[in-house]
Design a protein around this ligand. Structure first.
Ligand SMILES: Nc1ncnc2c1ncn2[C@@H]1O[C@H](COP(=O)(O)OP(=O)(O)OP(=O)(O)O)[C@@H](O)[C@H]1O
Ligand SMILES: [Mg+2]
Length: 265
């Protein structure tokens, strides 16, 4: 559930605008950051790149509805020597001055989410109730959360008192030339073919809301490009990486298959 990254090589991140400078400003002010946007559009990659740039360790937690406050904060464990306290990922990050990235935060129950409240206002504290400790966050600590606004029902939305503790970045799939450049750079696929993949994605994104709940992500374009670089022909690569994963609807599949043939034909 938790991954801690101390990366040595800078992750490749292609900015879409001035988000790098704005994130640096948010970090300098130690403001909690929220990153919203559809799946596979570069949110996690952006945070990995920023953590590297700011020379902070990154602790990522994939949130889910079974997650409890103890999973974030920590708990007593029983071992041969008796009971022993173990910090959860949020506590660890607050102690060490890491950037803590809570991925898909809306998946967590609201009673779990509220544990971040005292950390995300002027207090910058984390009460470890069970341990009887009031942890004051390390000066370099920052909290970042992500979510995909498309999927949730209203019931699963964040509470206003949670939302209003963050500054927010709204991400979307990059403009066509930029997205082609990302696909090329990530995979080594030539610019012309990367541009064709992006054309297929644009056709599919038009269908969002007309039978497709989500368009083809940059992530899936990278998958298709990897298959092509590995020698799979474009038609097969696109069907396997771009079409089959996103729809079970025969009509939509056919529409997209036609698009692929037209683009790569
Ligand atoms: N701006 C970008 N620069 C470099 N790579 C990118 C960029 N945007 C997308 N990618 C590519 O797309 C892939 C998916 O991006 P990422 O994992 O950041 O998506 P995400 O927005 O976090 O999605 P999810 O909401 O599903 O977690 C990356 O692994 C990378 O290959
Ligand atoms: Mg992500």
């Amino acid at each position: 559930m938790m991954t801690a990254i101390h990366s040595h090589d800078a992750p490749f991140y292609q900015p879409q605008g001035n988000e790098v400078a704005l994130f640096e400003a948010a970090y300098a002010a130690r403001l909690p950051v929220m990153v919203k946007g559809p799946t596979g559009c570069g949110k996690s990659r952006f945070i990995e790149a920023m953590a590297h740039r700011l020379e902070r360790p990154l602790i990522t937690v994939a949130c889910n509805e079974d997650m409890t406050a103890s999973d974030l904060v920590g708990r007593y464990l029983l071992d041969a020597g008796g009971t022993r306290w173990q910090d959860g990922p949020l506590t660890l990050a607050a102690r060490q001055g890491a950037i803590c990235y809570l991925d898909e935060i809306v998946e967590a129950r609201q009673d779990t989410t509220v544990v971040i409240h005292p950390l995300t206002d002027h207090r910058r504290q984390l009460p470890l109730d069970k341990k009887g400790e009031m942890l004051h966050a390390h000066p370099d600590f920052q909290l970042v959360i992500s979510y995909n606004p498309g999927y949730q029902s209203l019931l699963k939305d964040l509470k206003p008192s949670t939302k209003q503790r963050f500054v927010a970045f709204e991400f979307d799939y990059p403009a066509a030339p930029l997205e082609a450049q990302i696909v090329s750079q990530e995979t080594g696929l030539d610019a012309a073919r990367a541009g064709q993949l992006v054309q297929v994605a644009h056709a599919a994104r038009q269908l969002k809301g007309h039978g497709l709940t989500e368009g083809i992500s940059t992530r899936l374009l990278v998958y298709a490009a990897r298959l092509m670089v590995g020698g799979v022909n474009p038609g097969e690569a696109c069907r396997m990486a771009l079409v089959r994963p996103i729809t079970d609807d025969a009509d939509i599949r056919q529409t997209l298959d036609h698009t692929i043939d037209a683009v790569f034909g």
